[in-house]
Design a protein around this ligand. Structure first.
Ligand code: PMT
Length: 320
């Protein structure tokens, strides 16, 4: 079917998924999702079922060889996704954290870059203990993380490639469909725009002796419209727009909002992304800033507070 509005066609989506290498342990992932959603969609005592948000985080890779040695990467440290996850859980949500392996994890932001090597020391030659200067941070990270996992409020699913990311996003969305308006998607991952289809990819390491590399990259179908229309049509959907040129940022966010029928697009500029973002909705552009008067404050706190409020309004509207 030909697209007449610049949106992705069913044929392009089918071709992407048909050409993707099969996802490892897809049955295991399906079971984890089923259990997690069942647990959280059950009524919580007298209160209504817990809301569930899928937070995507980190960048996807595009492999250049099937037995991959080289790949193209997308920038994202995973700070936005992991920090937002903490605030969503604090606000009473259950979070499916779809993250790039090796990127920032929830509850770890007050730890140093290499916690194992920096936070611990030997005493009496053989016993390991936490260094005094990190003891509070380590205790908090471990306790908060264990509490979220033990209560069944956090499910972590890792990806590396664009193939894994989109296959898992589809599985998650379909498994969240029955949650209706109580489901939210918060798509903070930096997703590749171009890829090499699996069948066109060299199997072995590309040889440099063959001279300059000439390679055709195909456009990754944007799945945002299919997520909205087919995979989870009742869910509250928030995507991000990242630009390095502030002059085009809000205009591009506005275009994405309309084109993909997102409920909100969060516009951020690369250099200032930790200080401020703009939440773009159909009728407003709301600036959200980190509270600079508070040491250690971040922009995710006021951002998630605002989104929780907007999600409540979305649920109320759907119940009418
Ligand atoms: O992780 P940090 O270092 O903290 O940085 C956070 C961030 C800057 C990465 C994050 O805030 C952010 O902006 N993420 C989205 C980056 C991005 O891919 O922007 P984009 O303009 O290329 O894509 C816009 C949206 O379309 C994204 O929500 C993405 O999920 C979606 N997309 C993109 C490409 C594609 N082929 N398919 C998609 O669905």
């Amino acid at each position: 079917m030909e697209s007449t509005n610049g949106l992705v066609t069913d044929a392009e989506i089918k071709s992407f998924f048909d050409s993707a290498p099969p996802l490892r342990d897809s049955a295991g992932i399906t079971n984890k999702l089923k259990e997690f959603i069942q647990l959280n969609s059950a009524p919580q005592g007298n209160a209504s079922p817990r809301r569930v948000v899928c937070v995507t985080s980190g960048g996807t890779t595009v492999p250049l060889e099937q037995r991959c040695v080289r790949y193209i990467d997308n920038f994202s440290s995973g700070h936005r996704g992991s920090t937002s996850t903490e605030y969503f859980i604090k606000a009473g949500y259950a979070v499916i954290f779809l993250y790039r392996r090796g990127t920032c994890q929830p509850y770890c932001r007050s730890l140093p870059e290499d916690p194992l090597l920096e936070c611990f020391e030997f005493t009496n030659g053989s016993n390991v203990q936490v260094r005094q200067s990190y003891s509070e941070a380590v205790k908090r990270a471990i306790n908060d993380h264990h509490a979220a996992i033990a209560a069944g409020h956090l499910l972590k699913l890792p990806f590396t490639t664009i193939f894994e990311y989109l296959q898992m996003l589809q599985m998650i969305a379909i498994s969240m469909r029955d949650l209706g308006p109580h489901a939210m998607f918060y798509l903070a991952a930096a997703v590749s725009d171009f890829y090499v289809p699996w069948k066109d990819m060299a199997e072995h390491k590309i040889q440099s002796a063959s001279g300059p590399l000439d390679m055709r990259l195909v456009q990754v179908p944007k799945m945002l419209s299919v997520l909205r229309k087919e995979w989870a049509p009742m869910a509250f959907c928030i995507s991000f727009k990242l630009e390095t040129d502030t002059k085009i940022l809000l205009e591009k966010a506005d275009m994405a909002l309309k084109k993909y029928k997102m409920h909100m697009v969060i516009a951020n500029e690369l250099l200032t992304r930790k200080e401020e973002v703009t939440v773009v909705t159909a009728d407003k552009k709301i600036p959200v800033r980190r509270d600079k008067t508070q040491a250690g404050s971040d922009v995710e706190k006021p951002l998630i507070e605002l989104l929780v409020e907007k999600h409540s309004a979305h649920i109320k509207d759907a119940d009418k």
